[in-house]
Design a protein around this ligand. Structure first.
Ligand code: IMP
Ligand code: MG
Length: 180
């Protein structure tokens, strides 16, 4: 991993999780999901935009039939959750009687999933679980159950590997944390 700090707009970020560590964790999560779903033809429901990279790497490590579908939610402005959750693109595929796994990049306050999970459940899936690469337990305070978790991290703002600061940084292979 590069040891160099990066600047995105007005903020500076320092290295936090390198690409190799992230990929190892993605494989560990995929192993658990393979065990639980290999013969269930699950639907991976990727919450855009932040989850696109994690979802892509995760499904490449899933062995068995599966489908992938996308929804788009928005809650963040700058480095803060606005608490105002907007569904920019909802569920279009029929998930009735399907085994659905929601794929999130990070669960922070849990507001996004608190809004989204009832919407998904109203479509009567056979089962619904949540998988997130990152969780900030301090902000979440048990509001949402995350069934598959990669990293539990402190309540600091991060970028990279799909996560952005005002649109920037999603393309980075490593994850960086804001410089305090
Ligand atoms: P929540 O609704 O507060 O749980 O936040 C959910 C969404 O906010 C995540 O899926 C991310 O897209 C975004 N988010 C939360 N924390 C961060 C962060 O530290 N950096 C970048 N985006 C974040
Ligand atoms: Mg997200």
């Amino acid at each position: 991993m590069s040891s160099i700090q990066i600047k995105l707009n007005d903020k500076t970020f320092v290295p936090y999780l390198d690409a190799q560590k992230i990929q190892e964790e993605v494989k560990k999560i995929a192993t658990q999901i393979n065990t639980d779903y290999h013969d269930k033809n699950p639907v991976f429901l990727c919450i855009l935009s932040g989850s696109f990279m994690f979802c892509s790497d995760l499904v490449k490590n899933f062995c068995g039939d599966c489908e992938i579908t996308f929804v788009r939610m928005s809650s963040y402005e700058g480095t803060q959750s606005t608490g105002n959750i907007t569904t920019l693109m909802g569920i279009v595929e029929d998930i009735k009687d399907r085994h659905v796994i929601i794929i999130e990049d990070i669960v922070d306050t849990g507001n996004t999933l608190s809004k989204f999970i009832p919407e998904a459940l109203s479509l009567k899936p056979a089962s619904l679980k949540v998988c997130s690469l990152l969780v900030k337990p301090e902000a979440l305070q048990d509001k949402v159950k995350v069934d598959y978790v990669g990293f539990s991290i402190p309540n600091d703002f991060i970028v990279g590997y799909g996560l952005d600061y005002d649109g920037l940084g999603r393309n980075l292979q490593d994850i960086y944390v804001i410089k305090g």
